[in-house]
Write a protein that binds this ligand. Structure first.
Ligand SMILES: Cc1cc2nc3c(=O)[nH]c(=O)nc-3n(C[C@H](O)[C@H](O)[C@H](O)COP(=O)(O)O)c2cc1C
Length: 412
């Protein structure tokens, strides 16, 4: 995720350097935008070195020649469209006034008007300035417009006075950023664990028992969670699919390996989506070398694998648990029974006997059942779109529940 960090001309400008570092530690890509006056307090080079990218200080390139490069000429629009959030910290009374009145005489104020991303403003100024009705009116009008204001702290000010005006603590600003991103993307900073694909249960080094799961639904879910800003771990059985960019990919083979990996990552997960088609049974014995054809048994001794979903249900704590059921024919009553018996929050049921749904195909038709009994039919559509609808449900459930899914981005 990308944010623009606006830095304006006040003593607290140096604090933005530490803030930049903390934002980066939380895996946010940061584009720094400085007002010309901010450059009087901290050199742009400091932010360029820390962010590893050019700092935007000017609306118009000062190359000596009129720019014929359309990309750089409309940079404010490009930045405005690419960011997930605009944070201005510290924000001067002047910049706040410009935002409130819609003035756009430099890059930062133009960016504010051009972006539709959420905006967080952390003011810093002398306490008399902060208390001034003009500033308070501007703050009120920004608030009314949905801008998140991180109120300045009380204390000793650089001017020697005591009062409200100090830039809020980094922790408070980071929490406001996390909250705004979470509301925008639904899952910013939430740890999401997705399982996908089949498992493979070996009979000997060349023969195995498995199923026809392609992993496409699980991979689409992992991609959607990444897109919404989650920190995603994808635990996958063998598939031919490329690991999604931005997700941590854990490759497993058997049900036992999948179970171990899932339980290992469970403690940090806010959401677990179990889309893998885990083999129900495995050979009781695995031969260490290839069994000769003449010695192949007429029948195989099988044993049940662990029911990973059920064991997760027992120890999920506050984690939101989503299960999948691939059935020949949808029997909602039986599905609801499964949801309750396994202590799931959401069950996604698909009818694999239906054309264009289930394994091996790029589309799916599912019903989503919530623990409270609500059922939603998601008509046939691509697996990517189904993933989007499923995460709409998940995000809605997260937002309804308490602080249990507080993003990791939040400082403790
Ligand atoms: C030493 C010094 C410190 C300043 N500190 C602040 C401040 O904390 N908050 C503020 O709103 N303005 C402060 N100002 C005034 C701003 O720099 C001035 O209003 C400027 O026009 C802001 O421009 P900008 O909003 O484009 O960065 C300070 C000025 C000076 C000279």
């Amino acid at each position: 995720m990308k944010i623009a960090l606006g830095v304006t001309g006040c003593i607290a400008a140096y604090k933005a350097a530490e803030l930049l570092r903390l934002l980066q530690q939380r895996h946010l890509e940061v584009q720094v935008v400085m007002t010309r006056h901010a450059g009087e307090f901290v050199a742009p080079l400091t932010f360029a070195a820390l962010s590893g990218r050019k700092v935007i200080t000017e609306m118009f390139e000062r190359t000596g020649e009129a720019s014929s490069n359309i990309e750089s000429a409309i940079e404010h629009i490009a930045v405005a469209q690419s960011i997930d959030l605009l944070l201005v910290a510290p924000a001067t009374a002047n910049t706040i006034g410009k935002f409130a009145r819609g003035m756009a005489d430099d890059f930062l104020s133009t960016l504010y008007l051009a972006t539709r991303a959420p905006v967080v403003v952390a003011p810093a100024m002398n306490c008399e300035m902060w208390d001034h009705p003009a500033v308070q009116e501007n703050i009120a009008s920004l608030r009314a417009r949905g801008v998140r204001i991180v109120e300045p702290d009380e204390g000793y000010l650089a001017c020697g006075m005591i009062g409200q005006g100090r830039l809020a603590a980094n922790e408070t600003i980071l929490n406001a950023v996390a909250e705004a991103l979470r509301l925008k993307n639904g899952l910013a900073g939430v740890q999401v664990l997705v399982t996908a694909g089949p498992t493979v249960e070996d009979i000997d080094p060349v023969r195995f028992i498995s199923n026809r799961s392609s992993g496409k639904m699980g991979y689409a879910l992992a991609e959607e969670a990444v897109r919404r800003g989650a920190e995603v771990t994808l635990i996958s059985g063998p598939t031919t699919l490329q690991p999604p960019q931005g997700a941590r990919w854990v490759s497993v083979r058997s049900a036992a390996e999948m179970s171990a990996a899932v339980h290992k990552h469970l403690p940090e997960a806010g959401v677990v989506v179990k889309a893998a088609a885990v083999a129900d049974v495995r050979p009781s014995k695995r031969a260490s070398s290839k069994i000769k054809k003449s010695q192949l048994p007429a029948s195989l001794d099988l044993e049940l694998t662990e029911d990973i979903l059920a064991s997760l249900g027992k120890k999920k704590g506050k984690t939101l648990l989503v299960g999948f059921a691939a059935e020949s024919g949808i029997h909602l009553q039986a599905a609801r029974q499964k949801l309750l018996s396994k202590n799931l929050d959401l069950l996604v049921v698909n009818d694999i006997s239906e054309k264009g749904a289930g394994f091996d195909v790029d589309t799916n038709h599912v019903q989503v059942i919530r623990a409270d009994g609500a059922i939603r039919d998601i008509p046939p559509m691509s697996k990517a779109q189904v993933a989007e609808k499923i995460f709409d449900e998940i995000v809605e459930m997260i937002q309804k529940t308490s602080s249990r899914h507080e993003p990791a981005l939040m400082t403790k």
